[in-house]
Design a binder for this molecule. Structure first.
Ligand SMILES: Cc1ncc(COP(=O)(O)O)c(C=O)c1O
Length: 343
């Protein structure tokens, strides 16, 4: 089944928004995987959100790029890891809008040009590498300034787009529209999921989703599976950015830490390193549904869902939703490991 519906309610408060991505993204029943887990399982296909191989960043970029254009910029710069999905999506959005894009990527430049890094080049971004691993180290600011100078020398007027910084509340507000879309699609499909599983990196997607579903009056428990940060770090940040998103969007609903669940026990060996459970989840999704997960985000989130189902934390026969947040290029970066795990 493939149920989709138009937005039930638009975000208030006059937030500017472009319409670059393909919304609403599909909601699909995953019958065979659901049956294997003893659940009624639905997948929100945000991996199908459109240009540049899609994913959860495109919903954020409809708002972020509207803001960048409104402020008169014709270039963007950001910094993240060499395999950042956000950087790849930003490069693709910039190409689509005719903006220049500068990326300061953590790494030596000696890594294989594969996955997101390969796509950054396909989309024409100017890529520089940094060996500074802490994004808050003052040297990062200096290197970003130097990159901005490169773009200025080309006659461009760059904006710094940094997700953990000032852009965070706007990105979380963007995901309130994801909650509105889900609410409408669940109504159209006649389902009322008990839980929605989502991969948590920066937590901004989770913040907007949990805020929006609470505002919609849904019983649905949003369950975040952290792939990087421990619970005690990420939970207060989710609450803080949800408050910022509510302010921006003119929403009175207040999201508290008690409104959602956060499980940080599926992070595996480290951020960006596939766990055995994520590789098993990849195989299960692929072999039951033809669904492609990635080992860094969605594989770990699905591993969390599978573990909860097996442990009985989700009642048998219950209806559950899973946000497929994209990340597909990451699969190819770990192709050797993934291939070995499939035998
Ligand atoms: C594929 C994918 N899924 C999920 C996430 C997590 O989203 P957020 O950073 O909003 O928590 C990310 C973040 O980079 C991502 O790339």
């Amino acid at each position: 089944m493939n149920a989709s519906a138009t937005l039930a309610t638009a975000l208030p408060a006059g937030l500017k928004r472009l319409t670059m991505a393909a919304f609403p993204t599909p909601l699909e029943a995953a019958h065979r995987l659901g049956e294997a887990l003893g659940l009624g399982l639905y997948v929100k296909r945000e991996d199908c959100s459109g240009y540049g191989l899609g994913g959860n960043k495109l919903r954020k970029l409809d708002f972020i790029m509207a803001d960048v254009l409104a402020k008169g910029h014709d270039a963007v710069i950001t910094t993240a890891g060499a395999q950042s999905n956000f950087c790849r999506a930003l490069a693709a959005a910039s190409a689509k809008l005719g903006l220049a894009c500068g990326l300061l990527l953590r790494g030596s430049g000696a890594d294989a040009v594969q996955g997101n890094l390969l796509l950054d080049q396909v989309f024409g971004a100017t890529v520089r590498f940094t060996d500074v691993t802490d994004p808050w180290d003052p040297r990062v600011k200096t290197e970003l300034t130097a990159l901005a100078e490169v773009l200025r020398a080309q006659g461009r007027n760059p904006a710094v787009v940094h997700l953990p910084g000032a852009t965070a509340s706007l990105a979380a507000a963007a995901w309130v529209t994801g909650a509105e879309e889900l609410d409408a699609q669940w109504r159209a499909a006649g389902i009322d999921p008990a839980a929605l599983y989502v991969a948590v990196g920066s937590g901004l997607t989770m913040a907007g989703l949990a805020l929006g579903l609470k505002r919609a009056g849904r019983r649905c428990r949003v369950v975040g599976i952290s792939v990087q940060q421990p619970r005690e770090r990420i939970v207060p940040w989710i609450v803080e950015t949800a408050a910022g998103a509510a302010r921006l969007a003119g929403i009175e609903t207040v999201l508290t830490a008690g409104d959602f669940d956060l499980d940080d026990s599926h992070r595996g060996p480290a951020y960006g390193v596939p766990s055995d459970a994520s590789l098993e989840a990849l195989a299960m999704a692929g072999r039951h549904e033809g669904l492609i997960l990635d080992p860094v985000y969605t594989g770990k989130a699905m591993a969390g869902l599978i573990a909860h189902a097996r442990a009985g934390a989700i009642a048998r026969g219950e209806t559950v939703a899973f946000l497929h947040s994209g990340g597909t290029p990451g699969l190819f970066v770990h192709s050797d490991l993934v291939a070995r795990s499939m035998t």
